[in-house]
Design a protein around this ligand. Structure first.
Ligand code: BTN
Length: 271
């Protein structure tokens, strides 16, 4: 395994603490550690362009320009979260890209369960605990001539973030594993367990060998069978969520009884 670190003595996350728990063969086996970065997704993209191998993980103790979906800023305070990006090179078509977010949600769900914490998956890219956001996923694909070249899977988990670390906007709607479990959580353990589940579901997905992850996704969905507002092109529509398809699209019924499929790329959702 390769390791890189910046010349800085602040180093809480270490391979020595991760390796005893890590059971993967590919994901997380090339490890790039930083104390500070603008965005792990941006750096991971730089590595992808230099042809670094599949499974390379970039992790930073803090991000100065952490990116969320829809151009939002992702708050990434130093030393208290897991701000990570993973380079994936699946041989999939563009319609399958949202499956990556789907399996990641399942891996996060199983990881939190192993810590004794019950979470829910809020389509398309959030994890909730007690109705508050604990984690966000930013899946960015590089596509050339309709073929997926590589994917940068960015995951931000509020592990030991304290209530006071959240800005006033976030306080009512964000949480952390520490807040929910009422104790400090070992980030290295969380990371290793997450990578183990991620590789398991990733292999199931690319080999078409099991739909275990899909069952987990549906059983722990926050929106399935609920009435939600979907926001598309600045208009809000009220729909009932009927089902998911295997690509991570939702099947909804609108107020006129018309059933349609919606991809995560098309909408944002308000419960
Ligand atoms: C969201 O919910 O809006 C997605 C948030 C994704 C944040 C993570 S933190 C690690 C990676 N690097 C980034 O700049 N963003 C993602």
């Amino acid at each position: 395994m390769k390791t890189t670190s910046l010349n800085n003595d602040f180093r809480e996350i270490s391979l020595n603490k991760i390796l005893p728990h890590l059971k993967t063969t590919t994901i997380g086996r090339h490890f790039k550690y930083f104390t500070t970065l603008d965005s792990t997704n941006t750096y991971c993209k730089f590595l992808a362009e230099k042809n670094h191998p599949e499974g390379t993980i970039v992790i930073s103790e803090e991000q100065t320009k952490g990116r969320g979906t829809k151009g939002r800023i992702w708050s990434s305070p130093r030393g208290s979260g897991l701000w990570i990006s993973i380079l994936l090179k699946p041989k999939i078509t563009t319609t399958d890209i949202s499956k990556i977010t789907l399996i990641t949600s399942c891996a996060l769900y199983e990881t939190f369960k192993k810590l004794g914490i019950n979470s829910q998956i809020k389509w398309p890219n959030d994890m909730l605990i007690n109705n508050k956001k604990v984690c966000g996923i930013l899946t960015e694909a590089n596509i050339k001539e309709n073929v997926v070249n590589y994917i940068i899977l960015g995951v931000g988990i509020n592990v030991n973030v304290s209530y006071d670390d959240f800005n006033d906007d976030l306080k009512p709607k964000a949480t952390s594993l520490k807040i929910e479990a009422n104790k400090e959580i070992d980030r290295c353990y969380v990371l290793a367990i997450f990578l183990n589940y991620l590789e398991k579901f990733y292999n199931q997905m690319i080999n078409n060998s099991s739909l275990e992850y899909f069952k987990i996704y549906k059983e722990n969905s926050y929106i399935l069978n609920k009435t939600v507002n979907i926001v598309k092109n600045n208009t809000v529509e009220v729909v009932q969520v009927l089902d998911f398809d295997l690509n991570g699209f939702i099947l909804v019924k609108d107020l006129n009884g018309i059933i349609k499929k919606i991809s995560s790329a098309e909408i944002s959702l308000r419960i």
